[in-house]
Design a protein around this ligand. Sequence first.
Ligand code: SF4
Ligand code: SF4
Length: 191
Amino acid sequence: MKPAFEAGRPHGASKNLEERLEPVRKMLLPCMQCGTCSGSCPNAWAMDFSPRHLWRLLLTRNGEEIFKSRTFVLCSTCYSCTLRCPRGLPLTDAMSMLKQAAAAENVRMHRRSVGFYKSFMESVRRHGRVREMEFMTLYFLSMKNPAIPLRFTPLGMRLMAKRKVSFEIPSRGMGRLDAFFRKAKAVEDQS
Ligand code: SF4
Ligand code: SF4
């Protein structure tokens, strides 16, 4: 059976993901499974595993289950869980680290989310703000699947008719945030 997650690299992918999970696991060791994080999370209703359940999977070394889950992708970085965890654990950072691991290892199940995020950031880098039309064009191109834009065409037409999105041809922009993005990348590479 085809594995539920498949990394871009053909060999050692699971090992890479496991290595990336190790620092998150260390951070979460003091978790006492009280469930306060799940009870505080505004997005828990949409998650397949609650945050508490995710930490349990992490601590019991069920890495594959974690990367099959959409829980960390749905984290909106609101910090409620971090503020309320009785152990003072950096839970929002842990969610971010899982997102980064899935992106870095090109986990198949999360490629759409990663493509969406990258397209959004590219538009911001070019123009200093997101241009919806360009953002969606970049996203659809990155997916290399003509069925996806077709599915969104009626919604796009409705939004344009209501002037919720403006028609702007994608362009390279002024790159005003280039220096900022370069600096952020350098900091990330050092950490
Ligand atoms: S609130 Fe903290 S201690 Fe409680 S389950 Fe969540 S991570 Fe664990
Ligand atoms: S930071 Fe993420 S996981 Fe924590 S409460 Fe907010 S949305 Fe939920």
